[in-house]
Design a protein around this ligand. Sequence first.
Ligand SMILES: Nc1ncnc2c1ncn2[C@@H]1O[C@H](COP(=O)(O)OP(=O)(O)O)[C@@H](O)[C@H]1O
Ligand SMILES: [Mg+2]
Length: 253
Amino acid sequence: MNTDMIEAHELSKHYGDLHAVRGVSFEVKAGEIFGILGPNGAGKTTTLEMLEALRRIDSGSARVAGHDVSREPDAVKRAIGVQIQSAAFFDKVRLEELLSFALSVYHVRGVTPRDLLARVQLSEKARSYPEQLSGGQLQRFSIAMAIAHAPEMLFLDEPTTGLDPQARRNTWDLIRELRDDGITILLTTHYMDEAEFLCDRLAIMDKGSIVALDSPAGLVEQLLDTGFTRTQEVRPATLDDVFIHLTGKELRD
Ligand SMILES: Nc1ncnc2c1ncn2[C@@H]1O[C@H](COP(=O)(O)OP(=O)(O)O)[C@@H](O)[C@H]1O
Ligand SMILES: [Mg+2]
């Protein structure tokens, strides 16, 4: 049996002259939390959008949940949940109504908006409007929307960017719970602590290419194998060191 939920093979994408994704290959196993860690502009969102059948693949191929993304985009979309980087909801519609709409679009039976709200700890907000939610609550709500149709696979694009430390940790707990419920997760982040805490394996992406792929601990070991030493050895090498070693110190916007 094939247990890879995602097989990406030499994915490539151009925007005009810009080669935004340059032959990216990786697999995501069923049941894992896989991270793509990279600075701004690395090509993370473009990679996700190609896998989600939202953006055309220029060259290369991908299978998601057993379906070829280019040939069977509708089957892929049914199998996955997608939380986009800046989700926008109708501000004058209550949360339970938005979820009710999502459940009816997907013809989901036996699940209520209240069930979904309970799953993301927003039960008391059923009658609130999106504009009344904090950043963390809005993020959890967008996850509830993304899992309404019980997808096998969930894509999260920078799920905690802009959240305060408590809301970030709360979102991390939710992501782990979803994985424990059997949902495979592919997320992007530029936070080392997040990658280290959440991801079973992670790909470090820079300038359109994957420059390393391993477990967080494996990446640190690989760095130490290169003979890397800190100038001030007050603590062992961390994922931060790996990231800077591989992607450099130059500022990205
Ligand atoms: N629709 C687009 N048109 C032109 N260039 C784009 C478009 N989307 C992204 N880019 C460019 O492609 C590169 C990769 O972007 P993106 O995939 O959003 O990276 P990341 O998510 O890692 O920040 C960046 O240089 C970005 O400016
Ligand atoms: Mg992005």
